[in-house]
Write a protein that binds this ligand. Structure first.
Ligand SMILES: [Zn+2]
Length: 244
């Protein structure tokens, strides 16, 4: 059996038999994989760190048919600040959920992998508000997954949208006054649109310079993004549902 080296971010881990766990990993080389970690529930298990959600780990695995078994692991970054703070934890858990629901087995996605790591780093090392980091993650992820939202021009006629901000879920973007006749839309406030556009156009390095006063607007933007995600993928982001 071949030994394979891969880098991966831990999504979740489930108990398996008496002392093992099945770890779900977002692997850089293989997309989503499920791998068995033997004996990890025994006290003093030396690879216990390799089943902690959010951790970036380098694994040695063996693959038999479609089953992976972890035979060794080295920690690259455990991102401890994510689990040390409730808001960090909840919003970064929502990012893991998005990954779990969109990345497929044997279908690597390097762009999404890099995006997830950059988002963890924003929260842990730049101390960006986790809600802002989550909004940035969602905007970038939607772009990568093929359902980028239109924020500047009418999603139907391409006219610039300036004052009335009408969001159409059918067209996945803002629509102008003319086009909004007879269509269902959600009226967005100036504050909500400002959050969306500022975060969308800021680079990861510039996010720390953005200042937002309204937590309510951040929460409603997150609700909007979660609804768009649900409509586009048929998947619900459950980890932040209670929070919204
Ligand atoms: Zn229009």
């Amino acid at each position: 059996m071949e030994e394979i080296k891969t880098k991966g971010i831990i999504i979740s881990a489930k108990d398996y038999l008496d002392s093992d766990k099945i770890v779900t990993i977002f692997s850089l080389e293989f997309g989503l994989i499920h791998a068995r970690l033997r004996g990890v529930k025994k006290s003093g298990a030396k690879l216990a760190f390799a089943c902690q959600p959010f951790a970036l780990i380098e694994f040695i695995v063996i693959k038999k048919n479609n089953f992976y078994t972890i035979i060794n692991a080295t920690s690259i970054d455990q991102f401890f600040d994510i689990t040390a703070d409730f808001d960090n934890y909840i919003f970064m858990l929502a990012c893991l959920e998005v990954i779990q629901k969109t990345i497929k087995e044997n279908d690597p996605d390097e762009d999404m992998f890099v995006l997830l790591l950059k988002t963890f780093k924003l929260v842990c090392y730049e101390h960006i508000l986790p809600m802002i980091a989550f909004i940035k993650f969602m905007l970038e992820a939607m772009n990568l997954l093929g359902f980028k939202i239109e924020l500047e021009r009418c999603a139907i006629c391409d006219k610039e949208v300036k004052n009335d901000f009408r969001f159409s879920f059918d067209y996945n973007g803002l629509i102008c006054e003319n086009c909004s006749n007879k269509l269902d839309y959600l009226e967005l406030s100036k504050g909500e649109v400002a959050i969306l556009t500022k975060i969308n156009y800021a680079t990861f390095d510039n996010l720390k310079n953005l200042k937002f006063l309204s937590r309510n607007d951040l929460v409603s933007v997150i609700s909007l993004l979660c609804k768009i995600f649900r409509l586009q993928t048929d998947e619900e982001i459950v980890s932040i549902k209670k929070f919204l």
